[in-house]
Design a binder for this molecule. Sequence first.
Ligand code: HEM
Length: 431
Amino acid sequence: MKVAKATDGAAMMFSPLIAAGRLNVAAAIRTRRRGYSGWTGAVNTDYDPLDPAVAAQPHAAYDAMHRSGRVHYNPRRATWILHRLDDVRAALRDTDRVTSSEGVTRIRVVADLVVLTDGEQHSRLRKQVHPAFTKGALDSWRDIIDSLAAELVDDMIASRGCDAVELLTTPMPLRVIAAILGVPESDIADFRRWSDESTQIINFTPTVKGFVNTTRSLRAAAALRRYFLKQLADGHLKDSDTVLGRLLAHNSDGALTDNQLFYIAILLLIAGNETTTNLLGGMLHTYAHYPEQYDMIRANPDLIPQAIEEHVRYTSPIQNLYRYTRADYQVGEVTIPAGSRVMLSFGAANRDPLAFDDPNTFRADRNPRSHVGFGYGPHLCLGAPLARMEAQAVLRELVSRVSRISVTGPTTWSTNSSLRGPTRLPVVLHE
Ligand code: HEM
């Protein structure tokens, strides 16, 4: 299988995406030749995660899949779909046959990045990023996170009605990441613009607009890269409590080049921003609609960690990611042929009635330990403790100061096929 290979520089890092449309067609033709247009035992479905209306409100489709077979196949998208919790977890564990090394989106891509590798290469890359996320690192960021949560909730209360996405759910993770990457307040506006634009790369669609947006993303990534390389050259990040400072401290043998440090920085931006925004937005939306659940937490703030876990399950900020099969892969009676594109539906798995009692109901005290909102297995989210810390800080601040969260207008949900959360959430916080 010929796949694009990224080697160096921001543009190179993303250049495979430009060729993606052609590569996907090749993959579709190749897999179709293997003959799964005939009966395979999979349920043919027209559930289409790329349909914006479905992406915004996917739960009826998930319920329908749960009522039917174990493996679904969408012929139009040439995509196999796993939706049961046990099947998604099994696929995430089986990295020999169900690999991330050809990409985790609809686009086949090869790159030396932790999320896009398996086996020894993945272990090596994961070890490189790990020093940035130790308990010591998290503890050193706690005060920043707590005071940011207090400041942003303060602003929201003072506004007496606002779009929570603008005032809280977007700035919170962005400013946390800026702080832990060592970006000074004076550079935040540029940083925000470059991060917003460059991270849109994962929303790639093979259309003219998609290619235009991708070009813009590449330009922003290049600007971000110049910025970080300059920061690294200035030398002030060394010995700092920032992510890059910690990675530099563990890099005494010089194994990490400045370019690799930049890749790690941009990976954290992509992985940590919109996901956490979605989690916070989902949380506010849920409490505005289920005030009795909010009252339960107010009465017993010890429930906050469990409640955040239930928010991750219920909201599923990443609704799905993809894998590619390296060998025939058996799920029950169905064989997914080698070379197939498989969508792992975290959103559906987190609402699997075989795994969760009354799955479409939010229960703050459920403590759903087996959810796959942060993934599972070797690629389990490295930033989960940070995301949990941010969400817990915001919820603690809310329950100690706000008696009621009310919506003041319709919520708009993202239409992105993989990342889901409110993009507009008009609320008022009552003290
Ligand atoms: C609510 C917020 C978040 C959610 C729902 C989330 C979800 C996920 C999921 C599902 C994966 C697995 C990917 C896969 O299996 O292919 C993952 C991996 C990852 N996440 Fe997160 N994430 C969140 C926040 C963060 C944050 C804040 C960071 C860092 C700043 C982060 C960094 C990473 C990294 C580096 C990986 C790759 C791990 C690997 O491939 O070994 N995430 N995340």
